[in-house]
Write a new protein. Structure first.
Length: 244
């Protein structure tokens, strides 16, 4: 196609230089004929490129290729399954289901309640913080190096706490236990004001025996808070007294 277009264009340009009218006209016709032939060939080539495969498929029917036949697949043998599945008729169940016992709320021993003479009822919003056990207090009654374990020898131990919404005159009680035995106790009307820092102290007569201790705090006859700690080692025994 490009060759015909090129030759036709050259014929048209060359025809302008021919002096004879008849020959010039003949060259012009040949040039346009070649150009039209070039366009026709180009159009035919484009149509063939776009629609050639479809036209061939319409004219020539494709011959189907041989489809491979499936090979013989062996049939699996029958697997025998039991007709009846035995099931247990009785499901063993526990005759008694253990239930946890209720956690007891600390109470003031009757021997201390006989001392109560106040009629002031604590406010519902009255509160103590967690009791911190330590060997000493600072000037604001705060625990210095509180701990949960202590080793003998030990003198006095303090249970420091913060409080709020208290009224002077309300009975408060602190009880120190070793297991279930009372080693220290104090109960008296409150005189520390509405809020601040307070403490309770204890020095057992027989010294700090090893074991687990618990401090319980009460307002009126109601329990407020408890704290536990452990003492390790036996207290040092005093030597024999000199004879006169």
């Amino acid at each position: 196609m490009p060759a015909f277009l090129w030759i036709g264009w050259r014929r048209l340009r060359g025809a302008q230089e021919v002096p004879f009218f008849g020959l010039r006209r003949q060259r012009i016709r040949e040039g346009w004929r070649l150009i039209l032939l070039g366009f026709a060939l180009g159009f035919f080539g484009l149509v063939t490129r776009v629609f050639g495969s479809q036209a061939v498929a319409v004219i020539v029917t494709p011959t189907p290729s041989n489809t491979p036949e499936p090979t013989f697949t062996p049939i699996p043998t029958i697997t025998l399954t039991p007709s009846v599945t035995p099931t247990s008729s009785i499901t063993p169940t526990a005759s008694i289901t253990p239930t946890p016992s209720a956690t007891s709320i600390p109470e003031i021993p009757e021997g201390l309640t006989v001392l109560f003479r106040e009629t002031i009822t604590p406010r519902p919003e009255a509160v103590f913080s967690t009791i911190e056990i330590s060997r000493s207090l600072d000037t604001l009654n705060r625990a210095i190096e509180p701990a949960a374990e202590f080793g003998n020898p030990i003198d006095t131990l303090f249970g420091a706490f913060t409080y709020d919404f208290l009224d002077d005159g309300v009975r408060w009680t602190a009880i120190w236990y070793l297991e279930s035995q009372i080693v220290c106790s104090e109960t008296k009307p409150w005189d520390g004001g509405t809020g601040g820092y307070g403490y309770t102290e204890c020095l057992p007569l027989q010294g700090w025996l090893p074991g687990e201790y618990e401090v319980q705090m009460f307002l009126g006859e109601g329990w407020i808070v408890s704290s536990r700690f452990v003492i390790e080692g036996f207290p040092s025994t005093p030597g024999p007294l000199p004879t006169p």
